[in-house]
Design a protein around this ligand. Structure first.
Ligand code: BG6
Length: 480
């Protein structure tokens, strides 16, 4: 591993994302020995004028077991320093640079270079100015080498044009290998497993195509609404919040061809090809919904048409997938919290058991909660009769990997940014291709041409979505 001073600078240090995700992930990395006290220093930067201790107090309660105040917790908190300043003020960024440099000087006896990781836990509207400030005043300038990297969070724009504008503004200041666009779904254990499952198992190689697969569903459900985030959410809606990024990234990994190697660029090249092969989305293959009560939030306008639920069918125009619907579905305030991939196979031709009504073969990857991989298959019902039953081959992580801690997505991704591994980050051309798919549809929704149907909180979403699935050839199986 690289050695030398590592400064992690969390901009927007007192915001929600930093408190709930960034600092807890850093703490977990620290606890596991990935951040060495003799190399690392963490800087919080935000506008509020508070002291180091006040920031530490604000963070502590969000750390795993933080309230217990263990030795780990207090040692970790001692690594954090706070600098206040605004996001467009050179003075603030000069002060930040000074604080970082002091830390670096104090560690000068160490071999190696200076590494500066800037984590922008901020709204995208300030990315360009913050990047400019970093570039002008807070970059690593050490003669000993090292690097400066920038981590940014979605939403990267609202549509193709705004995303491209944002990309060029940041692209003028930093090179692509310095920019880490986080999509935290790429840090989830079972999303990372997709590559292995698909390309290290002989089972799947001959079956993974239009000859055998009837349809693929990628589903995200939450059993709570937009509580407290209505203002943000209403400007974006479920397609921009979940589908255009998280679900589309999963689709890429399910549908892509085998990469030449595991090199990040080889993998990302294949993902881009999938995105570029997606056909324009048709209005009749989309169902939008908005849960009743969504507009009770005072920050949501009374006439909002913003979808909190959407099902959209994507078609990939290539040799492997022609004719196979990829059904992307996401919703808030539904009946359960779950994210899963369901690959449904075609019926067995010439079924001599007449068992097809019981359900098709399905391969299911449950991303959360309770990670699992299972296959639904037909077996003989045990007993004297020759009858069939639908059953499962089940790999539930909780049982199979008892005692193994599955890392949080953010933990893994932050570690990757320190190592300089961009495999699980979204490349600029990938982002562009993802926006190309959804922008025309989003514009039609924004212009009111497509309406969100009401649905009851705690339901499955609008019934029209299930009808759309049926039309797409999805056969409901029971059980699991
Ligand atoms: C975020 C969305 O990106 O992902 C949220 O903005 C959503 O609306 C969250 O709740 C879901 O993440 P996870 O990891 O809980 O599935």
């Amino acid at each position: 591993p690289e050695r030398g001073c590592l400064s992690i600078i969390v901009l927007g240090a007192s915001g929600d994302l930093a408190k709930k995700k960034t600092f807890p992930a850093l703490f977990n990395l620290y606890r596991q020995g990935f951040l060495q006290s003799n190399e690392v220093y963490i800087f919080g930067y935000a506008r509020t004028k508070i002291s180091d201790d006040e920031l530490r107090d604000r963070i502590q309660g969000y750390l795993p077991h933080g309230k217990d105040g263990t030795e780990d917790v207090s040692n970790f908190l001692q690594l954090i320093k706070y600098v206040s300043g605004s996001y467009d003020d050179p003075e603030g960024f000069k002060a930040l640079d000074k604080a970082i440099s002091e830390h670096e000087i104090s560690k000068q006896s160490m071999e190696g270079s200076s590494r500066r990781l800037f984590y922008l836990a901020l709204p995208p509207s300030v990315y360009p100015q913050v990047c400019k400030m970093i570039k002008n005043y807070s970059m690593n300038k050490s003669d000993l080498g090292g690097w400066t990297r920038i981590v940014v969070e979605k939403p990267f724009g609202r549509d193709l044009a705004s995303a491209e504008e944002l990309s060029s503004q940041i692209g003028e200041l930093f090179e692509e290998p310095q920019i880490y666009r986080i999509d935290h779904y790429l840090g989830k254990e079972l999303v990372q497993n997709l590559l292995v499952l698909r390309f290290a198992n002989r089972f799947f190689l001959p079956l993974w195509n239009r000859d055998n697969i009837a349809n693929v569903q990628i589903v995200f459900r939450e059993d709570f609404g937009t509580e407290g985030r209505g203002g943000y959410f209403d400007q974006y809606g479920i397609i921009r919040d979940i589908i255009q990024n998280h679900l589309l990234q999963v689709l890429c990994l399910v549908a892509m061809e085998k990469p030449v190697s595991l090199k990040p660029e080889h993998i990302r090249d294949e993902k881009v090809k999938v995105l570029q092969s997606v056909l324009p989305i048709k209005d009749e293959e989309v169902v939008l919904g908005q849960y009743e009560g969504y507009k009770d939030d005072p920050t949501v306008p009374d006439n909002s048409n913003t979808p909190t639920f959407a099902t959209a069918i994507l078609h990939i125009h290539n040799e492997r997938w022609e004719g196979v619907p990829f059904i992307l579905k996401a919703g808030k305030a539904l009946n359960s919290r779950k994210a899963e991939i369901r690959v449904q196979f075609k019926d067995v031709p010439g079924d001599i058991f007449k068992c097809q009504k019981q359900g098709r073969n399905e391969f299911v990857i449950r991303l959360q909660p309770s990670e699992a991989i299972y296959m639904k298959l037909t077996v003989k019902q045990p007993g004297l009769e020759m009858s069939t039953a639908h059953s499962e081959l089940d790999l539930s992580y909780r049982q199979r990997y008892q005692g193994v801690v599955i890392p949080e997505a953010y933990e893994r991704l932050i570690l990757d940014t320190i190592k300089g591994d961009q495999q699980h980050f979204v490349r600029r051309d990938e982002l562009k291709a993802a926006w190309e798919i959804f922008t025309p549809l989003l514009h039609r929704i924004d212009n009111g041409k497509l309406k969100s149907l009401p649905y009851k909180p705690g339901s499955r979403g609008p019934a029209e979505a299930d009808q759309l699935l049926e039309r797409a050839g999805y056969v409901q199986t029971h059980g699991y």
